[in-house]
Design a protein around this ligand. Structure first.
Ligand code: GLN
Length: 246
């Protein structure tokens, strides 16, 4: 049995539309395989020594909360990219994803500097892009159907054509409602607009993150889980979006 630990960044400020469910999903899927997983909350008053965790998670937030978090993380977070380069698994939803780029210009015109880990920028527009979303994601060279719920004013534009979106939008808006891209995947980091919660309905993505966590620690994760309920939840959203019912 292995003991894993996950850092949950700013859980009281950045936690919309069930984002925390993603962590419960990762923790449960490890427990079902005979391992343990603790979740440590890190907030405005904490240090961010993220290299000692097996995975880092940050959820979405409103523009006001993003403003509070951005300044704090900019002061503390410059070394996170070294960990990402070294393979640290990280999941950033919506407002947290926007933070990884150059900047986010909020609905009231406030410019929030990003961490500048990736060359993209986000500008709030109107109307907000809201609804269930279906994408075809590219995970570890495999095409995977992924569903979620999005609600964002921000339009994210990649300025570097080598950046790899998490997937291609089948129904919904994604990064900007125009270019068909959704989210970002780089090594073991995923940035996405999919709330939902995202991982319970997409166990293949949860297992991609868990395998990366396990590999980094030299732990075998071989037990296959019965994902029939997860698959049912996934298919319900997918069928609704594609207009068929079961
Ligand atoms: N405030 C950001 C936007 O509207 C992020 C919202 C969110 O995290 N859901 O684009």
């Amino acid at each position: 049995m292995a003991q894993f630990s996950i850092a949950h960044l700013y859980p009281d400020l950045m936690n919309l539309y069930g984002d925390r469910g993603n962590l419960i999903c990762l923790q449960k899927r490890l427990q079902w395989r005979g391992h343990q997983c603790s979740i440590e909350n890190l907030g405005l008053s904490d240090d961010m020594e993220l290299g000692r965790y097996d995975m880092v998670f940050m959820g979405g937030g409103s523009d006001r909360e993003q403003g509070l978090v951005y300044e704090d993380l900019l002061r503390k977070g410059s070394r996170i990219m070294e960990q990402i380069e070294a393979g640290l698994p990280m999941l950033c939803i919506c407002g947290a994803y926007q933070l990884l780029g150059q900047s986010y210009i909020a609905a009231d015109g406030q410019v929030m500097d990003g961490l500048r880990f990736f060359n993209f920028r986000t500008v709030a527009g109107s109307p907000r892009l809201i609804g269930n979303i279906l994408i075809e994601a590219n995970i570890d060279g495999q095409k995977v159907s992924v569903v979620g719920f999005e609600n964002h004013g921000g339009r994210t534009i990649f300025l570097d054509h080598k950046l790899q979106p998490l997937g291609h939008v089948i129904k919904g808006f994604g990064n900007n409602g125009k270019d068909g891209g959704e989210g970002l995947i780089y090594k073991n980091l995923i940035g996405t607009y999919l709330h939902g919660p995202f991982l319970p309905k997409n166990p293949a993505v949860a297992d991609f993150i868990l395998s990366a966590m396990a590999k980094r620690r030299g732990v075998e994760l071989d037990t296959l889980l019965d994902d029939s309920i997860e698959k049912y939840a996934h298919d319900q959203v997918k069928d609704r979006l594609l207009g068929s019912s079961r």
